[in-house]
Design a protein around this ligand. Structure first.
Ligand code: CA2
Length: 154
């Protein structure tokens, strides 16, 4: 599951100098194509509502292999999203289009980082592809050596 927090529905429409020219729809299409090469399927969602993101994280616990999440402003504020992510037993990757550490000090603190396996930040929309590749790698690694994998690689 690929989760996106508040205002990311405005991607490609406002502030392209910070967040790039791609819309979330563009990103979703590129991720879906890339996901096929990894034999994965993505479910990309966006919400401006904290509780909705929490509900989707709970849903992902039983339906998904991992979460890539750009919690947007909730990165820096949401204990509720952190608590929901803490209940997940699969890999969580935190993702940001910009590099929050180059920005205002209040963006330097991330609750999500406490649970994330890894963080990708500052690569714009391409970060979503980097995160997907990293997720595929992690899922393959946890599947064990090729002989023990349930899904054949070819
Ligand atoms: O760099 C990121 O991806 C952020 O998660 C984006 C958040 C910001 O609060 C984080 O500190 C870093 C803001 C998302 C706002 O999205 C917009 C997209 C287009 C136009 C305006 C806002």
């Amino acid at each position: 599951m690929v989760l996106n927090g508040p205002n990311l529905n405005l991607l490609g429409v406002r502030q392209p100098q910070i967040y790039g020219y791609d819309t979330l729809d563009d990103i979703g299409k590129r991720m879906a194509t890339r996901a096929k090469t990894h034999k994965l399927v993505i479910d990309l969602r966006q919400s401006n509502i904290e509780g909705e993101l929490v509900t989707w994280i709970q849903e992902a616990r039983t339906t998904c292999a991992g979460i890539i999440i750009n919690p947007a402003a909730y990165t820096h504020t949401s204990v509720a999203i952190l608590d929901a992510l803490l209940t997940c037993e699969f890999p969580v990757i935190e993702l940001h289009l910009s590099n929050p550490h180059k920005r205002e000090e209040f963006r330097h603190r991330s609750f999500t980082s406490l649970v994330a396996k890894g963080i990708i930040a500052g690569f714009g929309p391409h970060g979503y592809i980097l995160a997907l590749d990293a997720m595929a790698e992690m899922l393959n690694a946890t599947a064990g050596p090729p002989a023990k994998r349930k899904v054949p690689t070819k």
